[in-house]
Design a protein around this ligand. Structure first.
Ligand SMILES: Nc1nc2c(c(=O)[nH]1)N[C@H]1C(S)=C(S)[C@@H](COP(=O)(O)O)O[C@H]1N2
Ligand SMILES: [Mo]
Length: 435
């Protein structure tokens, strides 16, 4: 028996849903769906779902013989082999340099599996033997210290779930024309993990910071010697030396055996393969905080040390390069985050920003982590422009693209946090547009 509704029944259900819309072009109140008994949305979604009867019970081959053996380290189903990082292409001119992106549009929830965490390296991934590695803490301290990996493991640790975002993330959308790309392709220099490690304040207290100190300057053990300066108050507040990522030793790509993790701030500051922290009374003005990772303004001046990532959101489904294959109810879902607090609100529009409805988010969101939002949407085959707009607990509201563009020089690609617009065609094709 097929569960397909008749055209008439469907039209009636759509009519009922439309009468409960919360914003233009098909955005539906989630509570009303529950009231209609459509929580699973089966009756509207399910062109192909079969109603259960005895004839639907087939026993497949894999149920009749034992499956494969156990394994030392798990891997995804071969049927999920397409869920990979995006564009990890080798760099012929500068080996090991570049970025790979998290496929945000292929994932759900808020945590990024370690194998899919985005990567951004300036000189490849060093192959560090933890037994040979040292973290040296020196400068304006009473007692300089050198820690081995084993030493650090003996300290008390904390676990916190934080997003990490490269300040170059979404920079493509600052260009004059909208690139045809996916949500991950545009916004995938963004990941979220549970980071475990030693509070930097524990180590700074042990070394004894002297009164004239106001900054720390941090350097990685990779061939780029990537260095960044961090004000001492942030270093004492919530910075950790991360040793574990989602429960296992951090991956070589993420800085094994240890990285600085600076919550909420542009990813570049979270120095990987951390080997040196010098306590100082000013920033070092490293290459990556002078010639890079600064924002050019319309008048030719540049912003320096713009650390927190702006409030931002992106709809991950439906999103760029997807095609809606059936009319009816869809769930609009995506991610929101802010470097200045927790997410308080996410609004969604299906009509290019003319009308907005509040998306559903779980209560009491943690600060500096990813928030998943959702809202039902009735797509009846018309054109639509889907947008999301996030507000954080500090009161910051995600700007429209035009408002963001007006703040900077056309050459600036850093700290883009404008609203993403996905156009849905009458054929159901979803595309990146500027609206
Ligand atoms: N030592 C070192 N630290 C580094 C980098 C690097 O190339 N070398 N890249 C930085 C940049 S630009 C970003 S966005 C983040 C990326 O972290 P991930 O590769 O773990 O995602 O690490 C930062 N820390
Ligand atoms: Mo970055």
């Amino acid at each position: 028996m097929n569960n397909n509704k008749s055209e008439l029944e469907l039209a009636h259900l759509h009519e009922q849903l439309r009468s409960e819309s919360v914003a233009g072009n098909g955005l539906i109140n989630r509570r009303h769906l529950l009231g209609l008994g459509l929580a699973g949305a089966g009756s509207l979604v399910a062109g192909n779902v079969l109603a259960a009867d005895a004839s639907g019970l087939v026993i497949p081959a894999w149920s009749k013989t034992p499956g494969r053996e156990l394994s030392g380290y798990g891997s995804p189903s071969r049927f999920a082999a397409g869920v990979t990082r995006l564009a990890p292409q080798p760099n012929a001119i500068s080996p090991g340099t570049g970025a790979s992106r998290t496929p945000l549009h292929l994932l759900q929830g808020t945590l990024t599996p370690n194998s899919l965490h985005f990567e951004r390296h300036h000189a490849g991934i060093p192959d560090i033997d933890p037994a040979q590695h040292r973290l040296v803490l020196h400068g304006m301290v009473r007692q300089p210290l050198a820690f081995s990996y084993e030493d650090l493991l003996a300290y008390p640790q904390v676990s916190r779930t934080y997003f990490l975002e490269c300040s170059g993330n979404s920079g493509a959308n600052s260009a004059p024309t909208a690139a045809d790309n996916s949500a991950g392709g545009i916004h995938g220099l963004l990941s979220c993990a549970e980071w475990t490690g030693v509070r930097l304040s524990t180590l700074l207290d042990e070394a004894g910071v002297t009164p004239e100190a106001s900054w720390i300057t941090c350097t990685g053990a990779d061939a780029a010697s990537l260095g960044r300066s961090v004000p001492l108050n942030k270093a004492m507040e919530d910075v950790i030396i991360a040793l574990y990522q989602n429960g296992e030793p951090i991956r070589p790509e993420q800085g094994y055996p240890m990285r600085l993790f600076v919550p909420g701030w542009e990813g570049n500051v979270s120095v990987k393969w951390l080997t040196q922290i010098k306590v100082t009374d000013g920033p070092a003005n490293f290459r990556d905080e002078t010639s890079r990772y600064t924002e050019l303004l319309p008048d030719g001046r540049a912003l320096q040390f713009t650390y927190p990532m702006g409030v931002k959101s992106v709809i991950t489904s439906p999103s760029g390069q997807m095609t809606l294959t059936r009319r009816g109810l869809h769930e609009v879902t995506g991610l929101a985050w802010s470097g200045s607090g927790a997410i308080r609100r996410v609004e969604i529009s299906a009509d290019g920003g003319r009308t907005w409805a509040d998306a559903h988010i779980e209560e009491n969101q943690q600060a500096l982590t990813l928030t998943r939002f959702r809202l039902p949407w009735l797509w009846e085959g018309g054109e639509a422009i889907l947008q999301s707009r996030a507000t954080d607990t500090a009161g910051n509201v995600q700007p429209a693209r035009a408002a963001w563009v007006a703040m900077y020089s056309p050459a600036n690609r850093y700290h883009y946090n404008g609203i993403q617009s996905w156009a849905v065609s009458a054929q159901g094709e979803v595309k990146n547009v500027y609206a």
